[in-house]
Design a protein around this ligand. Structure first.
Ligand code: HCR
Length: 431
């Protein structure tokens, strides 16, 4: 949101921004940044990053496909095969999620803070057997900002749902970002995968050239038991290369916890470039390395979005059109004016709702208490992976000190879930 007058904004230099940051803690709505670091893209659009390689997402349910490379001496079965496809698809999403602004705009930028009820929709259309993959994204909360999404392909019975909230904290010249939420990938009728979201930080702030570096871990837990832990490291740490990761794949969480059990596979490299897979037996000796994924060689598949003139007023690109133009033109006054129009409209809508005594209703997603979450495998998968089901940073271990730091007494955790019926009944927004 605009938190200052246009004159303030025009004079808001990077040095001032950096000084202000010293005491910053909050979310996107409270972060004021100089105009040249603003992006004309709303955070609701980020949901598409989960599937810019639809072929890799859909390969997870191709029963005829054998995961390549295949190693001799490893006992493959259908579940392990699928798990490897899931891990490869997940690694393929990271470059879009965390590097794409650097590629398209030269550095990380501050995205537009979506308004309540803002939606972003589109599709990836392919010939059979891939068929059409739909992407729905909705801003389900403004304070704090939370975006929920659903990406589904009925032809291949693959669907992904999730939500995301980023909590920002500035310390040691770095902006640290904890992600709340998770993703759930459903394949066919019975197989589901819980995917946790990594912590990240923004580096390059002193040089006014911000970029994202991931830290911490992602866990992937499947219904059949397979468990993966992906550990992120940055430049100057372990490998010395930026965007590095190491992923260990186990038959189960128990195998992971048992120090004597080697992983089935170890994958390492750069998530924004090349990664290599070894069997658990070969990894230490670096024997028989095989390419796992090459992010530089896979062109992304651009989501098809309706022209702005055909969009509803709630659709992101239409709603932010004037602001986006002003940002692209670098016109400080226009940015301020156009943002104010949008924000005032939102304020008056909330006031009207309050006066009428009703609350804004989310469109395609429901906030479901964890003990009533019967439509997803979240509870089962979290307990298999011994992960917290509470409203705590994604990937927090159940029963850990870290978990208790975030807990609020007597508060039952609630998570956003896609309600397919609501989408099927949708009459105003179409793709
Ligand atoms: C932290 C961030 C907003 C949140 C963005 C999230 C976490 C959103 C969900 C996506 O699935 C993944 C994702 C990717 C982005 O890397 C991350 C953004 C990076 C920067 C932005 C800050 C709020 C902007 C800070 C402003 C700086 C550049 C001065």
């Amino acid at each position: 949101s605009i938190d200052s007058s246009s004159a303030d904004v025009a004079n808001f230099t990077w040095t001032k921004f950096f000084k202000n940051m010293a005491t910053f803690k909050g979310d996107l709505s409270t972060l004021t940044a100089p105009p040249f670091i603003l992006s004309p893209v709303s955070l609701t659009e980020f949901s598409q990053y989960w599937s810019e390689h639809p072929d890799l997402l859909l390969a997870t349910n191709n029963k005829e496909a054998q995961f390549e490379p295949k190693f001799e001496g490893v006992e493959y079965n259908q579940e392990l095969n699928q798990f490897l496809f899931v891990v490869r698809w997940f690694i393929s999403t990271l470059k879009s999620q965390y590097c794409s602004r650097n590629e398209s705009m030269g550095s990380e930028k501050k995205p537009l803070n979506p308004f309540l009820g803002e939606v972003f929709v589109g599709k990836w259309e392919h010939e059979e057997p891939l068929g059409t993959t739909y992407c729905l994204s909705e801003q389900v909360s403004h304070h704090p900002p939370v975006t929920a999404y659903s990406i589904f392909n009925d032809t291949n019975k693959v669907s992904l749902q999730g939500y995301n909230q980023a909590k920002l904290n500035f310390s040691s010249a770095m902006l640290s970002v904890k992600q709340f939420g998770h993703a759930l990938l459903k394949i066919g009728e019975t197989n589901e995968y819980l995917i946790t979201l990594p912590t990240l930080h923004i580096e390059g702030l002193i040089a006014a050239a911000p970029y994202v570096e991931l830290e911490g871990k992602t866990y992937i837990q499947g219904t059949a038991g397979h468990f993966a832990v992906i550990e992120y490291t940055g430049k100057g740490w372990m490998s010395g290369k930026k965007n590095s990761f190491k992923c260990k794949i186990f038959e189960s969480k128990q195998d992971h916890d048992n120090e004597g059990t080697k992983p089935l596979f170890v994958i390492s490299g750069q998530w924004s470039g090349l990664s290599t897979i070894y069997t658990g037996d070969d990894e230490k000796k670096k024997k028989n390395p095989q390419t796992f994924y090459d992010a530089d060689r896979e062109a992304k598949d651009v989501l098809s979005v309706k022209p702005i003139e055909e969009q509803s007023e709630l659709e992101s690109r239409r709603a932010w059109k004037d602001v986006a133009e002003a940002i692209k033109e670098g016109d400080f006054n226009k940015i301020h004016q156009t943002k104010t129009v949008l924000e005032e409209k939102q304020r008056s809508l909330r006031k009207q709702e309050e006066e009428a005594g009703h609350k804004w209703e989310t469109r395609w997603f429901d906030l479901v208490p964890v003990d009533e979450d019967h439509s997803s495998g979240f509870v089962k998968l979290s307990s298999l992976a011994q992960l917290s089901m509470e409203d705590v940073p994604s990937g927090t271990i159940a029963g850990s000190k870290n978990e208790s730091k975030w807990l609020v007494d007597d508060k039952v955790a609630q998570h956003w879930r896609f309600n397919r019926q609501k989408w099927d009944d949708e009459s105003e927004i179409n793709i």
